[in-house]
Design a protein around this ligand. Structure first.
Ligand code: BGC
Length: 769
């Protein structure tokens, strides 16, 4: 763990420059606006360790897969969201010496991410070996209001010398991905051009043929005297810039402004990209930097209005949760159902920017509760659009008749993962996609979603489960063999309880949903029945037979569900038996040793008890928690949040708080020594869950909202907002009371500690605890 950032409610602050921390900070201080994002690279030249990364949502490349041993059914490629041309770049030379913090002496440095306003800024004073000293202040943002626009202000002052300043503000298309499998370049040049202070660069991805246009406008102004300088235009292959050259003297302050626009062929026909980029850029330039900045502050204020969480009495926790909410809001804004959330968002290359089950299992509730319902709906429609590919994916593995297996990792619906134990076996992901449909509907009340999109997906998934279960003669029950559960430290196991449970739940929910749609939306049912060639009697009766005979492994002596058959045959050790220098075990032990051990990477049985909590008594949940939590090493960032929620429910408040801390500041404090690769965006949603469902005790039961709060010792109060069925509620919890403010326009009933209360729109309800 490396703690080097200052604590503040709204700011992430780094003071002093340590080259060792730079790659970490590049991840942590990343910016995004749903359409594009970038690591917190310096604008100016930096030759020290750095991962330069600019990413455009949905612009990917099918990088040829690299595997040791090919297996039928493996994908040919791994789709990667690409490192895109760098438009923030600037170069500065004073009397021929380059401004480069790697080679200069840095006497003052402060980098700040203002999460309230969505602005990244930096100030530093640095000197060359001959003592020439300069001061720089910069700020930049990616507009939340105009998603194709980004802007930078860069102030530079020579503090103790005069001379010639050469500045070059550029767009550079010569970029590579650090994780390219064969060191290939993924972009090919299309065109570059310019006109005075406006420059354009057009590139196309190889194979996937996405076209993009990056445009920039630059300005340079002497602040003392308000003298503007005109640039010289430079156009090279895949590189365009504005070069400025002039004399400066001690005490001068020069201000550079760069406004950029990025358009892609995901939104416009390729022929129009340049024209559109030019127009959007012109509008932004006419509007002016200050106005764009003002819009940015207002847009973020609106985001925070419905997504902020306020924790009083614990600044570290407050900063942690805002950091997570900030990143979630900048990663996905829900404007396009073809986009989704990669585990690293726009903060790094790992995981290729692709979609995992993380979206449905962890992220969806965050967007459901903090944004308009269309945002969460678009996450669901993303999977609906991939249904055909999921059916093809299942066919490749030998399934038939419309059975759908969604990929473990995807950008366009095709499977990209190529480790057999995950690609072929970690099939529980299908269950999370079905659960998301249920979760969305119970939260929003939008039951037409089932008829419009959801039921087709459920049928495809249920057909898969129905074929994947097989009848065991000795057991006289349906079993599911050769799977990997959420705990990836066990592969090829038989009857993973979680997978069997979520599979059978899906069958039940699909049967109920068919009845519901047939009754309420008969025309839609006719369409679905024909489209999916549904055979009512044989299909539903097979599902019902399975449901009546599913094998769910359990141990009656211990009173627990078994993670899989044979789990208790393993040597039963506890995570506390491991010495600290063996952890994380995935970095210290052989894979074979991990597989044979009882240690659990992430919530598995407990994931099921979390999702289906109301199917089980508190006593059963407690026994399973007491058994599995001490065996869990939490080596996936998706794990501690689920345990934290269950611990809160069980009243284990100190355990809940300890687990919560691991999720909340996982990246800020770099618990896993890997933040330089990017932040854990999808697990950030888990932190939100740990607060709202854990300490806030929020649940939706029988379509109604319940709160059973329990605050950690040091917190004096906690407040958050929740969108629920057309209501926007503000919940304020302290040690003595719960206050609810309803900003909706109709009355509703909600439950606090199991007692029902009516609340009228625009009023406040206070319940003493
Ligand atoms: C976890 C998976 C998760 C993936 C991406 C892995 O370490 O075990 O459950 O989907 O990371 O976040």
């Amino acid at each position: 763990m490396r703690k080097y950032l200052l604590e503040d409610e709204w700011l992430i602050i780094e003071e002093g420059f340590d080259r060792e921390d730079h790659k970490r900070s590049e991840s942590l201080f990343s910016l995004g606006n749903g359409h594009m994002g970038m690591r917190a690279n310096f604008e100016e030249t930096y030759t020290g360790p750095s991962l330069r990364g600019t990413y455009l949502a949905g612009i990917y490349y099918p990088d040829k897969t690299r595997v040791g041993w090919w297996k039928n059914g493996y994908p040919e490629y791994f789709a990667k969201v690409l490192n895109a041309p760098n438009w923030i770049g600037m170069k500065f030379r004073f009397n021929e010496e380059e401004l480069n913090l790697d080679t200069m002496k840095v006497s003052y440095f402060r980098r700040v991410l203002n999460m309230k306003e969505g602005i990244l800024s930096r100030e530093f004073i640095a000197s060359w070996s001959d003592g020439k000293q300069i001061r720089v202040e910069t700020e930049r943002f990616l507009s939340m209001k105009r998603r194709e626009i980004g802007a930078i202000r860069y102030y530079i002052s020579p503090l103790n010398f005069s001379g010639t300043l050469e500045a070059e503000l550029f767009i550079d298309g010569n970029v590579v991905n650090e994780d390219a499998n064969y060191d290939e370049k993924f972009w090919e040049p299309v065109d570059q051009s310019g006109d005075g202070a406006n420059c354009y660069l057009r590139s196309r991805t190889k194979k996937s043929a996405f076209d993009i246009c990056m445009a920039m406008h630059s300005e340079c102004l002497f602040l003392n005297g308000q003298k503007a300088i005109s640039p010289e235009l430079i156009v090279n292959q895949q590189y365009v810039s504005n070069r400025y050259q002039f004399d400066v003297k001690e005490g001068d302050q020069i201000r550079f402004t760069k406004i950029a626009c990025v358009t892609t062929s995901r939104d416009y026909v390729p022929d129009q990209l340049l024209f559109n980029a030019g127009q959007i850029l012109d509008h932004a330039v006419i509007s002016g930097y200050e106005n764009l900045k003002h819009e940015q502050i207002t847009a973020w204020a609106d985001k925070w209005k419905t997504s902020d969480i306020v924790i009083e009495g614990d600044i570290s926790a407050q900063q942690g949760i805002r950091f997570n909410i900030f990143h979630l809001n900048q990663t996905y804004t829900g404007y396009d159902p073809l986009l989704n959330i990669g585990p690293k968002g726009f903060t790094g290359e790992k995981y290729g920017g692709s979609t995992y089950w993380d979206t449905e299992a962890y992220c969806l509730p965050f967007y459901l509760n903090t944004a308009d319902k269309e945002v969460a709906r678009n996450l669901l429609i993303y999977r609906y659009r991939h249904l055909g590919k999921a059916i093809q994916n299942a066919e490749k593995l030998g399934f038939t008749d419309g059975a759908a297996l969604y990929p473990m990792v995807t950008i366009n619906g095709e499977e990209c993962h190529n480790e057999w134990e995950i690609t072929f076996e970690e099939i529980h992901r299908n269950g999370a996609i079905a659960y998301a449909v249920y979760n969305y509907i119970r939260h929003t009340g939008d039951d037409y979603y089932l008829a419009e999109y959801g039921l087709e997906v459920l049928i495809g998934i249920s057909r898969f489960w129905s074929q994947r279960f097989n009848f065991s003669d000795p057991k006289q029950l349906f079993v599911m063999l050769g799977v990997t559960g959420p705990n990836e430290y066990e592969n090829n196991v038989n009857n993973n309880w979680y997978t069997n449970y979520i599979a059978s739940w899906t069958l039940t929910y699909t049967l109920e949903s068919i009845d519901f749609v047939r009754g309420k939306y008969p025309d839609d049912w006719n369409r679905i029945e024909q489209k999916s060639k549904f055979r009512m009697i044989p299909e539903t009766s097979r599902w019902s037979t399975i449901l009546n005979h599913v094998f769910l492994p359990a141990d009656d002596n211990l009173g627990i569900f078994l993670q899989q058959e044979g789990y208790l045959d393993k040597e039963q050790l506890l995570a506390s038996d491991l010495s600290p220098d063996e952890r994380p075990i995935n970095q210290h032990w052989s894979w074979d040793r991990i597989l044979r051990s009882c240690f659990i990477k992430q919530a598995d049985v407990l994931e099921g008890l979390y999702l289906f909590e109301d199917h089980f008594s508190p006593d059963i949940i407690r026994r399973n928690f007491d058994f599995y939590e001490p065996r869990t090493v939490h080596e996936s960032s998706l794990s501690p949040c689920v345990h934290a929620i269950l611990a809160s429910k069980l009243g284990y408040i100190d355990t809940a708080y300890q687990l919560y801390l691991r999720t909340s500041r996982l990246d800020l404090d770099d618990y896993n020594h890997e933040v330089q690769e990017g932040c854990h965006i999808t697990s950030m949603a888990g932190t939100w869950l740990a607060i709202v469902e854990g300490f806030g005790g929020m649940r939706v039961i029988d379509n109604q909202l319940h709160f059973n709060p329990l605050l950690p010792q040091g917190w004096t109060s906690l407040s958050f907002t929740v969108h629920f069925r057309g209501h926007l509620l503000v919940i304020i919890i302290d040690k003595r009371s719960v206050r609810v403010i309803d900003q909706g326009d109709s009355a509703m009933e909600l439950f606090i500690n199991n007692t029902g209360y009516q609340i009228k729109p625009g009023t406040e309800l206070t319940v003493q605890l």
